[in-house]
Design a protein around this ligand. Sequence first.
Ligand code: NDP
Length: 610
Amino acid sequence: MTTDNQPGSEPIAATNPSSGEDPLVAARARYAAEREKRLRPDGLNQFKELKGEYAEFNIDPYVEPGFTRDPHIEEVDAVIVGGGFAGMLTAVNLRQQGVTNFRIVEKAGDFGGTWYWNRYPGCMCDVESYTYMPLLEETGYMPTMKYASATEIFEHCQRIGRHFELYQHALFQTEIASATWDDEAKRWTITTNRNDELTSKFMVTAGGLLHKAKLPGIPGIEEFGGRMFHTSRWDYSYTGGSPTDPMDNLADKRVGIIGTGATAIQAVPQLAKTAKEVFVFQRTPSGVGERNNGPTDVEWFESLEPGWQDRRMRNFTEAVTGAKPQPNLVEDGWTETMWDNTQMAADTEAETLELERIDFAVMEKLRARIDDIVEDPETAEALKPWYGKHCKRLCFHDEYLPAFNLPNVHLIDTDGRGVESITEAGPVVDGTEYPLDLLVFASGFEVTTAFVQRLGFDPLGRGGIALSERWSDGAHTLHGILTAEFPNLAIISTMQAGFGTNFVHFLSESTKHIAWLISSSIEAGIESIEARPEAEDEWLNQLFGVAMGLMNYSGGCTPGYYNSEGVMTEQGARNVTYPGSLLDYIGFLNDWREAGDYRGARVVRSAAAQ
Ligand code: NDP
């Protein structure tokens, strides 16, 4: 193992020279205590789905109500469920591989997925635009900034839709009602809430990672008398302004925001600009590093050689997975903090200790940054994250911490316990009620709940078996993509599949793979393809083989969506994301395609193709 760190990430001294005490040992105890404080027996069940009495939180505020259209009754080669980056990239790859007869079914009013829904003030992407925004070379677009705003990314989604003529394939404001496999016809029959009936050779679920918002299960939410909404359904008719204009209506309002994850980090500074008072309700602080945004250097951008974006994406993934590329092209907070990727299991005790020290040094640096910026020592102390760098998603922002120096911004730290209750007037913490006009839930999204719950429908496979039934103990897949008894179903998710700091890198590669699966099957006269159960078991064993390091690490983390709120179940274990480097996962997919023998898959060919 090498420790050729980037400048600025040198491990701190093993021993505190003044006290003789090893700060790492003290930190271990602190990390464990902070975790203990937050563990709840209800785990994932502490959250509320946006349905039933909370259904109003889920209404799309960005479309005119009352949309109607005639149903589509048609036969296609593929139905893609979801029109975010996953669905769009599947469609683009399908087109590039000669499959043009497909439909994209999307519940929102446009393409964009995450970038359609998340229009909260300050929303942007903290992964640099040149690696995150896909198809820049193909569409000829130059991002305006190193870190692009949500508005710019959403417009880029629309650009991709126009450039690749995807709009004509899209059924917007449409949700799947049912999907049933007909094993004789070798087709999926897919119905929607708009009475469409689509018969399709393939179905691709591209539902996205963060599309199902959730509310914290705080007693009394429904009692609150003011306005409230989730960050992914921002109501500018109440706040005034827009994603790009100040929210003037808040000048006389007391605003509360529950949550301090990556979303709140971006929204708080914007609320602070116009609201009379802002109360930030914190359960677990985020680690917030420098972002250093700036305009794109046009000369540099124009000098990039063809193929640059693929190379840059790969270089970034190498830099955040411990592969230490030379040069490090992106050189930002992500590559600095992930340069020595401590998720990798070490071979010896000494290596394990060294990795722990490196991790600790990264977090110490983030904690020291708070002391440098936040003036009130008590607030600074409360904002410090006490956990390892892979426990919660790190954030990069330059205005969040300074916002706590403003007189109208108040940190209400709940010491890991969360908001106690909500009354008609507002949230209650430690017996104190905080009266508010507006309460914003920056409480995140379902990530590790049962797949079918997130998908929103329950596909019926061979013989009518429901996916929820076959996966009652968690996912069974080959590469996270194919599953037995559900022929011609391709799944895009993080379960048993890759992930990556740049999620778009994962999506670019998995959608290329899925498009190849579909186009090569059609070409080769394959009528159905699904995973073999024994190949699913082998894949799971392969995942578990590299998961030990990560599982040990996560076991010591504060709860959050990375570790299913700290409550590990069999389902959670099976739904593990490929725990090694995304590049290794991509390697498996590439090798599989190159071998061309569909190994591990059960393939049924048409009589003509046999
Ligand atoms: P998160 O799940 O990260 O955060 C939810 C927040 O709500 C946490 O701070 C959580 O605290 C808090 N919370 C939950 N229940 C309670 C409670 N009862 N009382 C008080 N607080 C509570 O959601 P986000 O929307 O912030 O982010 C989700 C993901 O979206 C990110 O991890 C990231 O992947 C993505 N994202 C990416 C961005 C980018 O720039 N690329 C920007 C924004 C989001 P606790 O931590 O204690 O559970």
